[in-house]
Design a protein around this ligand. Structure first.
Ligand SMILES: NC(=O)C1=CN([C@@H]2O[C@H](COP(=O)(O)OP(=O)(O)OC[C@H]3O[C@@H](n4cnc5c(N)ncnc54)[C@H](OP(=O)(O)O)[C@@H]3O)[C@@H](O)[C@H]2O)C=CC1
Ligand SMILES: O=C([O-])CC(=O)C(=O)O
Length: 266
């Protein structure tokens, strides 16, 4: 049985706990939250997962695997120290790697600890195809993220526009994956993932769109290279607890964890 520490117990984290209840190979033993969130997390977990320890840092012993579902800041704060101690980490906030030097820090921390950090595919598919295609050489990769206006609340998309008043699609960002991930830390992790699997943070073209005509989070990837080309379009249902986040992200995290425990992984 692998003992899992979960960093962040919001929309993704609480759904991960729910799905792992009674799992044969994995047990969530600790949940890491900010200090001000400890009491609320304890109350929420009393029903959901009694016996799970709520703490403000990843426990230094009794944990075999860490999964981060908290946000960009949690990588420096919790993932790097866990890796240095030798605990493997699974990361959802892939956009954090847009910060200068953070990808290198993660690699060095994992090497120091003799372990591995895994970036999950999260809300997007075809990451395997893209990463394989990169080996033959890629010419262009474009990513478009289209979400309902409410998913862009509390982001720079609100500057100079009333999201509630939109009647047609509105391009709120065009630029590199690096800029997108830094400006939209809760909405453009997929942009970073696509870029890290493909042409990199600076050569991946990203468009973000607020669209009042869609109810789902629609992600499109268009890639061309020596392998040929593909176009992927996904219409992801958002989580009820957080309209910014697709439910598929939860399933992707659970898949990554289960693969760690499985004798046969796919
Ligand atoms: N790879 C992908 O495809 C996707 C990745 N994501 C990433 O996952 C993250 C979480 O998403 P979601 O669950 O929907 O977000 P929520 O806001 O619902 O939950 C995040 C939780 O993490 C807690 N938290 C924040 N900072 C820290 C920290 N430093 N240490 C521990 N806990 C922390 C928050 O506590 P509090 O509320 O008290 O701040 C909150 O409970 C997103 O911010 C994004 O970076 C999201 C969607 C897709
Ligand atoms: O969950 C999604 O649809 C994508 C998302 O928020 C992100 O890329 O950060």
């Amino acid at each position: 049985m692998l003992r899992v520490a979960l960093i962040g117990c919001g929309a993704i984290g609480s759904s991960v706990i729910e799905l792992l209840k009674g799992d044969a190979g994995l047990a969530v033993v600790a949940v890491v939250t900010p200090a001000e969130g400890v009491a609320a997390a304890q109350a929420a977990l009393q029903k959901l997962a009694p016996g799970v320890q709520v703490c403000t840092g990843v426990p230094e012993s009794g944990v075999d695997l860490v999964v981060e579902t908290a946000g960009h800041a949690a990588i420096e704060e919790h993932v790097l120290p866990a890796l240095r101690r030798g605990t493997p980490c699974v990361v959802a906030s892939v956009g954090a790697l847009s910060a200068p030097g953070l990808a290198e820090k993660l690699e060095i921390a994992a090497i120091t600890g003799g372990t591995q950090v895994q970036l999950i595919a999260g809300a997007i598919g075809a990451i395997d195809a893209l990463a394989a295609a990169r080996i033959g050489g890629l010419d262009s990769v474009r990513y478009t993220g289209r979400k309902p206006p409410r998913a862009w609340k509390g982001t720079p998309a609100e500057q100079g526009r009333d999201l509630d008043a939109l009647t047609a699609e509105c391009v709120i960002f065009e630029g590199s994956a690096r800029e997108a991930a830094a400006l939209y830390p809760k909405n453009a992790n997929v942009a970073a993932t696509v870029s890290l699997a493909g042409l990199g943070l600076d050569r991946t073209l990203v468009r973000l769109i607020a669209d009042p005509t869609v109810a789902e989070n629609v992600h499109t990837v268009e890639a061309e290279g020596a392998f040929g080309s593909f176009e992927l379009s996904m219409r992801n249902k958002p989580l009820a607890a957080n309209p910014k986040t697709s439910a598929l992200t939860v399933y992707s995290a659970v898949r990554a964890l289960r693969n760690r425990a499985a004798a046969l992984a796919i």
